[in-house]
Ligand binder design. Structure first.
Ligand code: NI
Length: 257
């Protein structure tokens, strides 16, 4: 049984097909999904999805791309939404110095504020980090995010950085890129990281694994990620599936049904 810890099933690319995509995910063995909201609209849509399906949970937060929209009314609304019983995390949040869609100082401020909110709400955090490794780690430490814990999603860092993350007690989440033919750095990370610190995700509709790369991603494809990790770590697929599922349940406080 598989846990896709990071999906965007409310994305416009699934429009009119969400239900059948979810059925296909179940057929592939996916039994838990966290649908990640990254602005107010997607936070509300994630909660709506979580209300419709008992095995889907939601997170709410503000993506670094949208950090410039984090005004007072946003924070009031986020606190309300985060108290919904199916909201299991805050995020995705973090820093994106690749696209720089919001000014970097604003991204950093909003990231710090969200960690503060997560501590108030006692929810773990889902971190988006692109080309901002050092600043992300500094803020995570300075803001005391260890208190709530969390995950570095769609992880693409080096083994050096991974060691720092593991020391903080955070999880790393592996997605489709581990299956790419040119994957290199991430193979070393997956080989060395202890199974108890690992989560898996699709980040669908993005980051589609091989052999479907270039097409729309969906939660059912997470099986390919788990199979690849099993191959790299030289353990069974079942072991990867059950460990990553249990890790996710522990981090997000999801109890067995
Ligand atoms: Ni995402």
């Amino acid at each position: 049984m598989l846990f896709d810890t990071h999906a965007h099933l409310d994305d416009v690319k699934f429009k009119g097909e969400t239900d059948e995509v979810i059925v296909r995910a179940n057929e592939q063995g996916v039994s838990l999904i966290v649908n990640v909201g990254y602005n107010l609209r997607h936070a509300r849509q994630s909660i709506a999805l979580a209300e419709k399906y008992d095995f889907i949970y939601a997170s709410v937060g503000l993506h670094p791309h949208d950090a410039k929209d984090g005004d007072k009314s946003f924070w009031e609304e986020i606190y309300k939404l985060a108290r919904h019983p199916k909201v299991v995390a805050l995020g995705e949040m973090g820093l994106d110095y690749y696209w720089d869609n919001s000014p970097r100082d604003v991204q950093r401020d909003v990231f710090r504020q969200q960690i503060g909110a997560a501590k108030d709400l006692k929810l773990p955090i889902i971190i988006h980090d692109r080309d901002a490794h050092q600043d992300v780690l500094t803020i995570v430490k300075e803001e005391g995010a260890l208190e709530v814990g969390g995950v570095f999603h769609a992880y693409s860092g080096s083994w050096e950085m991974t060691k720092e993350i593991l020391d903080l007690g955070f999880f790393i989440s592996i997605g489709g890129p581990v299956t790419f033919k040119n994957a290199k750095k991430i193979l070393e990370v997956v080989e060395k990281v202890p199974l108890e610190s690992l989560l898996i995700e699709t980040d669908c509709p993005y980051l589609t694994p091989d052999p479907y790369r270039g097409k729309r991603n969906e939660p059912g494809y997470i099986k390919l990620v788990a199979e690849k990790i099993a191959q790299i770590k030289n353990i069974s697929y079942e072991e990867v599936a059950s460990a990553t599922k249990e890790n996710g349940m522990r981090l997000f406080g999801i109890n067995p049904l």
